[in-house]
Write a new protein. Sequence first.
Length: 143
Amino acid sequence: MIFQLHHLLPYLTALENTLLPFLHRLRPVTREQRERARAALARVGLSGKEDRLPGALSGGEQQRVAIARALVKNAKVLFADEPTGSLDKTTGQGVMELLRALPGEGLSVVMVTHDPDWAGLADQVAHMEDGLLAGLATTGRMA
């Protein structure tokens, strides 16, 4: 899950925040899990920033840590609430390219956005008005 608010723990590094999905088992983090977290951070352009605390990262970098944290677990479905909301246009495009690639890796992406350009990239778009479904369109663009 990629939250609109990043929900990073301020006393944990970017790497440690990315490892949070593995901590529910009360077992030590494995070397393989640590490498997956590093790879996820690299995938969102944060190589070299693994040891920084959230307060030392920009808002866009914090957003990308949240995205890496969502990717590290290899889930089947990724829910993303405004995943580019804290990003500049260029970084946002990179994140959208990443999200567009995920269905080819077996991961379904469900995204909420107010940006019609990003919505236009989806296979299916549900339009909501006042909390009700106002329309459903199949675009076939994301696959």
